[in-house]
Design a protein around this ligand. Structure first.
Ligand SMILES: Cc1cc2nc3c(=O)[nH]c(=O)nc-3n(C[C@H](O)[C@H](O)[C@H](O)COP(=O)(O)OP(=O)(O)OC[C@H]3O[C@@H](n4cnc5c(N)ncnc54)[C@H](O)[C@@H]3O)c2cc1C
Length: 634
């Protein structure tokens, strides 16, 4: 048998015009196997049983309490049986040994065995899987050898993405391929595109343009899932991030799924509003400080903090804490790389990015997180969809807490407080962890912005006080505490929306996609939702072969689903933030200046959608859509 096989091999080489001397130029390694995506499962466990230090290492057993799995050919629930016998060896490596039972949504039971080791780059574990079932429909699984990436989601929750190992068709393609000077010309056309002979199963390679909040968070999400990431940031080092940022409860839920390490960091360095409500006061009419503190007459409305669930921190501190995680988890950051162009041609297996310093780079997919003046967006949909001036200016400064207490009174200065008035509103809050009091004044500006695309420019205390001329004495006293020189921020937004968030293998996320006025303090939250959708969708394409049509198709399908799912919400948040700016600045015809019921109705109408969403349902929905497209292509 062996000699017949050799003879067939030789004649196939000769038919294809390949001599053995020619073949000697090819890599001598055997072709890598292909991987086909099977499913993703998330399961939960209860309190582990600790066996202590055994001769093999520290052994714990975590009983499984349930979960769900979903993939192109199977989905269902995890039965509350089985568990993980996890061994931590003397070098700190952990070796999961998981036995679990799947019940498919059509009633079949499948027994799984998973063993492996970690931590691998990105903090994950690699596992190999095998299956046993008597179900006729799933009998094929008995022959499957699969590998998986196990990602701890939280203390009690684990996710495993699983791929079936298959023989790589490129073994045959090498025999039939025709060699050109620089690469193999594809001669086999598969239903989903052309296979090339140098097909490979390298991990998905993501380029992120922009190292702001959303770029960094998205990168960490990919690294968590074992995807290779490079951030290209135009600044020479991490951009200076001043002032504060607040994350809603929804943002924190998404971060839990993106990478629990980010959530842990934010929860460690943030503080919440101690009062659990926010009072919106009349900042203009009261003529004495006593009148300004009279709850019955000066409070216009009071909103609950519980729904939005803000937790705020200093941006600089956040950056200092989370950016080192990128290198630690195997990601790459290239500074001084300003994107000026990209080339996404399906004849090329990768997208090519070009930078202002004349260099270029390649990636399977490009995510533009390059902020409000996004170059990626301009390249994607044209300059006519550049962000426009929103006729709003934000002044932000820190002042000493005792000064704020003297101006506003201890009760107001001890908690987050809003002051409304004509054409402006002020949000102010103590940051006790930093020992300062933060002031954010947002004003309506009827003029054009005189500084082009430079959104942050110097300003003075005198200008700020002029803006507040005629306001109550308490507000003026507070404003007088800001430094003589500081900065103001011209707000640009995407009220003129971009027609799509993605084309081909390039997409935009965060402010690049839906920059909004900061009125609702949720721009980053909506961007974080984008990140979650992208990391889940694109990680699911990582199983396909990069140099063949299927990976490119998978990426394009994933980005189309992303754009369709996220665009409406992005547009909505811009409109909601604009409307609330009008309400808070007494410019809204319906609400006027002192109508509690109308204010609360407008507030609820423009904030409920921010927190009243289910991130798991959002992910399920996009994954379902993606799987539908994939199944249609298969
Ligand atoms: C005054 C103010 C207060 C806010 N407060 C809050 C808040 O409390 N909570 C909240 O959720 N949101 C808040 N937001 C909104 C939030 O800050 C943004 O939504 C968020 O920071 C956007 O992050 P991003 O990564 O998309 O963009 P950015 O943070 O703008 O990052 C973009 C990055 O891309 C880089 N870049 C740009 N062009 C290129 C290029 N061509 N090539 C390479 N790199 C490039 C930039 O240097 C930058 O590092 C606030 C916004 C403002 C203006």
């Amino acid at each position: 048998m062996r000699s017949i096989g050799s003879a067939l091999f030789l004649s196939a080489c000769m038919l294809a015009g390949l001599t053995s001397a020619g073949a000697a130029h090819y890599p001598t390694q055997p072709a890598k196997p292909a991987l086909t995506y099977l499913y993703s499962v998330t399961f939960t466990g209860s309190t582990p049983i600790d066996f202590g230090a055994t001769p093999l290492g520290n052994l714990t057993f975590t009983p499984l309490t349930g979960g769900t799995f979903s993939g192109p050919k199977m989905k269902g629930t995890v039965v509350a049986a089985g568990g993980d016998w996890n061994l931590v060896d003397a070098e700190g490596n952990f070796h999961p040994d998981v036995r679990e039972t799947f019940k498919t949504d059509d009633g079949a039971y499948i027994q799984l065995y998973q063993t492996g080791s970690g931590p691998q780059p990105g903090g994950v574990a690699h596992v190999h899987l095998s299956f046993v079932t008597g179900s006729e429909k799933y009998y094929w699984l008995n022959k499957v050898v699969a590998i998986g990436i196990l990602t701890p989601v939280s203390y009690t929750e684990v996710k495993i993405d699983a791929w079936q190992v298959e023989t790589n068709p490129s073994v045959n393609e090498v025999l039939l391929g025709v060699r050109s000077t620089s690469h193999f010309v594809p001669i086999l056309t598969a239903p989903m595109g052309s296979y090339t002979t140098n097909g490979d199963t390298a991990p998905l390679d993501v380029a992120i343009v922009g190292g702001g909040a959303i770029g960094v968070i998205t990168a960490l999400g990919f690294l968590r899932r074992g995807v290779s990431v490079t951030i290209y940031e135009r600044a020479p080092s991490w951009p200076e991030l001043g002032f504060t940022v607040a994350f809603t409860g929804m943002a924190r839920q998404c971060l839990r799924r993106i990478d629990p390490d980010i959530l842990e960091t934010i929860e460690r360095i943030s503080q919440t509003n101690p009062a659990k409500t926010v009072r919106y006061w009349d900042g203009y009419s009261p003529r004495t400080k006593e009148a300004a503190e009279a709850i019955e007459t000066a409070v216009i409305a009071e909103t609950s903090e519980a729904d939005m669930g803000y937790a705020g921190c200093l941006r600089g501190r956040l950056l200092a804490e989370i950016t080192p995680l990128i290198a630690k988890k195997g990601g790459v950051v290239r500074f001084g790389k300003q994107l000026v162009g990209y080339y996404d041609n399906r004849e090329n297996d990768k997208v090519r990015l070009t930078f202002s310093d004349g260099t270029d780079a390649e990636a399977d997919v490009v995510i533009g997180c390059d902020g409000v003046f996004s170059t990626t967006r301009r390249l994607l949909v044209g300059a006519e969809h550049d962000a426009k001036y929103a006729h709003q200016i934000v002044y932000r400064a820190f002042v000493p807490i005792p000064g704020a207490v003297a101006a506003l009174g201890a009760a107001k200065a001890g908690t987050q407080t809003g002051h409304m008035g004509p054409d402006a509103y002020i949000m102010s809050f103590p940051i006790t962890t930093a020992g300062v009091y933060g002031i954010v004044l947002q004003v309506h500006d009827p003029e054009d912005w005189a500084h082009g695309r430079t959104s942050v420019v110097p300003t003075t205390r005198t200008e700020l006080l002029e803006r507040l001329s005629g306001w109550g004495p308490h507000v003026q006293e507070l404003a007088a505490l800001v430094p003589e020189q500081f900065t103001k921020w011209g707000v640009f937004d995407m009220a003129d929306p971009t027609p799509t968030f993605a084309t081909g293998r390039v997409c935009i996320a965060g402010d690049a996609a839906h920059a909004s006025p900061p009125t609702l303090a949720c721009g980053a939250t909506i961007g974080i939702e984008d990140s979650l959708a992208l990391v889940e969708l694109l990680s699911a394409t990582g199983n396909t072969r990069p140099l063949s049509g299927d990976r490119a198709h998978g990426i394009e399908a994933a980005l189309k689903v992303y754009s369709d799912a996220r665009r409406e919400r992005g547009l909505w948040v811009v409109r909601a933030a604009r409307r609330m700016a009008d309400v808070l600045q007494w410019r809204d015809g319906e609400v006027g200046k002192n109508d509690e019921a109308a204010f609360l109705a407008a507030y609820e109408g423009n904030t409920k959608k921010i927190w009243d969403v289910d991130e798991d349902a959002m992910v399920d929905e996009v994954m379902r859509e993606f799987e539908k497209i994939q199944a249609g292509q298969a």
